[in-house]
Design a protein around this ligand. Sequence first.
Ligand SMILES: NCc1[nH]cc(CCC(=O)O)c1CC(=O)O
Length: 300
Amino acid sequence: MAVLKLGTRGSPLALTQANMVADALFAAHGVACEIHVIKTTGDRVQDRALAEIGGKALWTKELDRALLGGEIDIAVHSMKDVETIRPETIVIAAMLERADVRDRLVGADSLAAIREGGVVGSSSPRRRAQVLRARPDLSVVLFRGNVDTRLAKLAAGEADATLLAAAGLIRLGRDDVGTPVALDEMLPAPAQGAVGVECRADDAMTCGLLGAIDHTATSRAVRCERALLAALEATCHSPVAALATIDDDTVTLRAELFSEDGAEHVAADASGPDGEALARDLARALLDRAPPAVRAGFGG
Ligand SMILES: NCc1[nH]cc(CCC(=O)O)c1CC(=O)O
């Protein structure tokens, strides 16, 4: 194998993550990667909520096509942006070790410190519901674009505060930005902080190379969180937070579902040896207890 053709989106965060994968492959096998930047629909459309224009497939469709067409050998994604159901011809063959899973609040030291009636910028249904749950007096306005675009909107006064994933900020060397929000206050999005690498299902050699850079605990946790999304039939509109942690052979999954306006929620947690079975059971328990306004966000 001369070089592996690595496909990625072109945002600064995507490129940083692509280079992390290239470095890991070089360290493990001495294999070099050639980085191919692929523009996705999600990168082009910046003025509407993701959920409104077609969901997470906006980030993956073009990379899937390049992968299946042989233009690239591997595709690197933020796992948070990868749809729950993937084509059978593509496998998620590795995940890098997960970074800080928390959200960071930028513009205020805590949600409680935001001025009465203030404005938070976010386009995530989960963050919106969590913010409104904690502070029903706030309003949440649409904020999209990459990390720098969002910080520029904040600096321009379009909102009093915004929320960003700590993982993205840390990987961009912006660890100085914002204050981490405690997990008890704000559970993250499923798969937040994890970088995944996909290859063609029939490309055994590349699957093998990727297997060697897989961080097992991260993969187990993220697969559990993704199994929860599948069992909930969550879409990109669904306000859902979840975090799986691994302790020896035991997976612990915490999850919370919200109504769109954050006024209602259900939360639950469970532990067991089989993360995916655990996720299915927890999904059923959550949906059984969910009031109609929460239930409305799930089930297709
Ligand atoms: N939806 C955008 C997105 N996808 C992944 C990250 C950050 C990195 C990660 O969570 O792995 C972000 C930005 C954000 O939420 O602040």
